[in-house]
Design a protein around this ligand. Structure first.
Ligand SMILES: Nc1ncnc2c1ncn2[C@@H]1O[C@H](COP(=O)(O)OP(=O)(O)OP(=O)(O)O)[C@@H](O)[C@H]1O
Length: 356
């Protein structure tokens, strides 16, 4: 459906998007994820025709979009800077694009009614935009973007302004809605939870390039490199020397699976669930608990070892020690991931430990 072929976008002589290749299949939901300034919005704006492409091609349904103006690209846009029209009511906002496309008044009325029902606001046509909650406004904006049945729907931080609980609910609804409609979606967000919940596939960007692409499970299970692992919020990432099924780390020897080709100087990720916390005696790594954050069913501990950098551990609430306590720490090899040898290395090239 959408093909980005080596697309570069520049501001002055700086490339904000730097030779990106990306395919989005029909009916696929792709989330572009990355830190602030990594080029996500620029990428979307280039596809939309709002930012000129300096090199490469953007193809939609096989058609090269070079020279095609934004309003003729067959795209539905829901961008942060495109507010609802405050002087129009809800129905007027949703009908806007339809009237522009020459749809008759009666047909537009019918379509608006069905779209409002679809986004969970049946009968809201006459309501004033100013009298809607933030979540309701987002739904209206979505209905407006969907109204002309775009080939591709593009969302830029679609739920950015909303509070967490509403976002979590809406993202599930959106995914179901797009599935039902068979909508092809390219969405941009800096919120990994939102991207992972919405998408069939995520693309992690770093400084205008693709750091990794894969299904949410693939990227979560096997971050391509240190950058992606840290961006996903993993703290226990260190350089280590791997020999067969053991790695020498700043925290001592850690078991890994004897993954083929993994030996040598590597970057290791130890998931917080793989840091076992027990009594201070015994063979474990002696640590002091210096942080303790309540996360619902589990607690995230920050542990200061006798040597090496601080560690994060995820433990069950009822087993969580208090700040200031001393503990002994062991590692679960099944939660140890050997990343590519250097940050910025081959995307998707991590291998995962097995057994303990
Ligand atoms: N109009 C502009 N003129 C010059 N530089 C720009 C312009 N817009 C963006 N940039 C720069 O291009 C880079 C990418 O910006 P972009 O907005 O695409 O990032 P982003 O990943 O969407 O960030 P955010 O999550 O903060 O929206 C940044 O370094 C930014 O400063």
């Amino acid at each position: 459906m959408l093909v980005l072929d080596d697309v570069t976008v520049r501001y002055g002589d700086r490339a904000a998007v730097d030779g990106i290749r990306l395919d989005v299949a029909d009916h696929e939901i792709v989330s572009v994820l990355g830190p602030s300034g990594s080029g996500k919005s620029t990428l979307l704006r280039a596809v939309a025709g709002l930012q000129p492409v300096a090199a490469g091609r953007v193809l939609l349904g096989g058609r090269d979009l070079a020279g095609v103006p934004a309003h003729r690209r067959g795209l539905g846009l829901m961008f942060q800077d495109q507010q609802l029209f405050p002087h129009r009511d809800v129905g007027g906002n949703v009908a806007f694009g339809l009237r522009m496309h020459g749809v008759s008044r009666a047909a537009a009325r019918e379509r608006v009614a069905s779209l409002l029902a679809l986004v969970g606001l049946p009968g809201a046509e006459r309501r004033a935009v100013a009298a809607l909650s933030g979540g309701e406004q987002q739904r209206v904006a979505l209905a407006r973007a969907l109204a002309p049945s775009p080939q591709l729907l593009m969302l830029d931080e679609p739920l950015g302004q909303l509070d967490r609980s509403l976002r979590e609910r809406l993202v599930v609804e959106l995914r179901q809605l797009f599935g039902r409609l068979g909508t092809t979606v390219l969405a941009v967000t800096h919120d990994q939870g939102e991207a992972f919940a919405l998408a069939d596939r995520v693309v992690v960007m770093r400084e205008g390039r693709v750091a990794q692409t894969g299904t949410p499970a693939e990227v979560w299970e096997r971050p391509a490199d240190e950058f992606v692992a840290r961006f996903l919020g993993f703290a226990n990432v260190v350089r280590a020397t791997v020999h067969g099924d053991v790695a020498d780390t700043p925290w001592g020897k850690v078991g890994v699976s004897a993954a083929a080709g993994a030996s040598g100087e590597r970057t290791l990720l130890i998931r917080p669930a793989g840091v076992r916390v027990g009594p201070p005696a015994g063979t474990g790594l002696g640590c002091e608990v210096v942080g303790r954050t309540f996360r619902g069913e589990h607690v995230v501990l920050v542990l200061r070892p006798e040597s090496g950098p601080e560690l994060e551990a995820s433990v069950a609430l009822r087993e969580a020690p208090e700040v200031g306590e001393r503990v002994g720490v062991g590692f679960e090899a099944s939660e140890v991931v050997v990343l590519d040898s250097a940050p910025g290395g081959r995307a998707g090239g991590a291998t995962r430990g097995t057994g303990s």
